[in-house]
Design a protein around this ligand. Sequence first.
Ligand code: GUE
Length: 299
Amino acid sequence: MTKARIIDGKGFALDLRTRIAAQVAALKESHGVEPGLAVVLVGNDPASQVYVRNKGQATLAAGMQSFEHKLPDTVDQATLVALVERLNRDPAVNGILVQLPLPRQIDPAVVIATIDPAKDVDGFHVENAGRLALGLPGLVPCTPLGCMMLLRDTVGDLRGLRALVLGRSGIVGKPMASLLLAADCTVTVAHSRTRDLAAECRRADILVAAVGRPEMVRGDWIKPGATVIDVGINRVAGAAEGKTRLVGDVDFAGAAEVAGAITPVPGGVGPMTIACLLLNTLTATRRQNGIAAPDDAEA
Ligand SMILES: Nc1nc(=O)c2c([nH]1)NC[C@@H]1CN(c3ccc(C(=O)N[C@@H](CCC(=O)O)C(=O)O)cc3)C=[N+]21
């Protein structure tokens, strides 16, 4: 039997997207500025194609312009870099996202370094990563930003709470740790070499799982009443032959017996990532045009 409150990321994201759409409409009305997001997809990985399609639809639904660029998986790095440089110069493009992963012949660090930091709506450029680490304004990676919104909505005041981030990627774990630290949490970053991971997790009031290992975090690793944010999106074999299903990095059924609140997969962090991409595009557009955010704007 489930005890934990299920955090409705999907509902929160829909609500956020509605508020973003209202602000986009107001921006057009007041300044004649229409935010534009360019998404670059290299190759034809089916999962990536689904994400890019969803992003494009969400962008248009928010009243923003969507520019999709599809390149074959044989494309060379120089061609991709040249496209990004063209998007950097294009005044209709306020945000640029190059879908990861990229094929082997392309170094993602080179491509990300090419993106104008002011248009880097993924927040992956070293300038934005450095700004976040130093507590300076910049563009914050979408997934950690979405996790923070869910945490603030669920927990309220985060000050002094013990937070454990499981995973140390540049895309989720490290920026998540920076945001939790900025919110005055006591932050531990755990990873594959951490000793007695279960004991570390059990101390945490807030547990953010972002390791990419299906259902690794067990119910008995969780402190009773803790808030669990599951960033994992793992496709595993389903009950029926040939069927697959999505699971997180947390054993949801076991954790929901112990936690105070938990995000589901799907319907938790994933939809927040897309909503925050739109939010970052709106933020980037405002900054590029020297327009202040209204007092009631989030993030
Ligand atoms: N440059 C770049 N930026 C990204 O932000 C980025 C990327 N590359 N590469 C791939 C990952 C993955 N990602 C997801 C976004 C939303 C869902 C999402 O909405 N998931 C739904 C389920 C979708 C389904 O059913 O497959 C959910 O969790 O409810 C999932 C995954 C963004 N990524």
